[in-house]
Ligand binder design. Structure first.
Ligand SMILES: Cc1cc2cn([C@H]3C[C@H](O)[C@@H](CO)O3)c(=O)nc2[nH]1
Length: 224
């Protein structure tokens, strides 16, 4: 048990396309008592006061994408600023993937009006500049669009069944721009790339590689 520190925990964002295995990756760390896991609050997006914002967004993006992303950003901010008793915190996605991947895509393909984009961007900029939420490490579950598209169909989350391969390809490119080409300077954390095309039987070895890097970095942070 590493001594809990009262300053910022070693913070890891787990990023990747839809169906890249983020929740599975996080669950792999469930057994470590020094790590707090914050999984994506999809159930909150599927039921806010009885409204399924995720379903509304997929059914009518032009009308609901702004509303959905505004609520996603609030739930991500809640997770970012939540106090953590453990020295390490793993979060599924972040306000950075919200802005650089999902909102960026909505702007690029005209799903939201430029004025709506400007509002979402101002919220992002304010949060980024005023609230200390930066990552110490980003784990990027890198996948091939066609493979995760098949997984999404098998996983059969009802709201996602109409998601076309082209959307997954667009999101893949935006993740690559951000995490491999590093086109956004606001999130400078080092990126650990995991080959998340591997299927469940083989992926545990790949996760174990990251385990060492995450825990070793975490010990460095806590001990220094
Ligand atoms: C930060 C962030 C996460 C996130 C997830 N989603 C969608 C993709 C998946 O279908 C579902 C769960 O990740 O929510 C989205 O449209 N916009 C998002 N923004």
């Amino acid at each position: 048990e590493m001594a809990a520190t009262n300053n910022k925990p070693f913070t890891v964002f787990v990023e990747g396309n839809i169906g890249s295995g983020k929740t599975t990756f996080l669950e792999h760390f469930r057994r470590f008592e020094d790590i707090t896991l914050l999984t994506e609050p999809v159930e909150e997006w599927r039921n806010l006061g009885g409204w399924n914002l995720l379903d509304l967004m997929y059914k009518d993006p032009a009308k609901w994408a702004m509303t959905f992303q505004a609520y996603v950003s609030l739930t991500m901010l809640d997770m970012h600023r939540r106090p953590t008793a453990t020295p390490v915190k793993l979060m599924e996605r972040s306000i950075y993937s919200a802005r650089y991947c999902f909102v960026e895509h909505m702007k690029n393909n005209g799903t939201i009006h430029p004025a709506q984009f400007a509002v979402l961007d101002e919220w992002f900029r304010f949060i980024h500049h005023h609230i200390p939420i930066e990552a110490d490490l980003i784990v990027y579950l890198k996948t091939t669009p066609s493979i995760v598209h098949e997984r999404i169909k098998k996983r059969a989350r009802s709201e996602e069944q109409c998601v076309p391969l082209s959307y997954i390809e667009d999101l893949h490119k935006l993740h690559e721009d951000w995490l491999i080409n590093r086109t956004h300077a606001e999130c400078p954390a080092p990126v650990l790339v995991i080959d998340a095309d591997l299927d469940l039987s083989q992926i545990t070895e790949e996760y174990k590689k990251s385990e060492h890097q995450i825990l070793r970095k975490a010990v460095d942070v806590v001990m220094n």
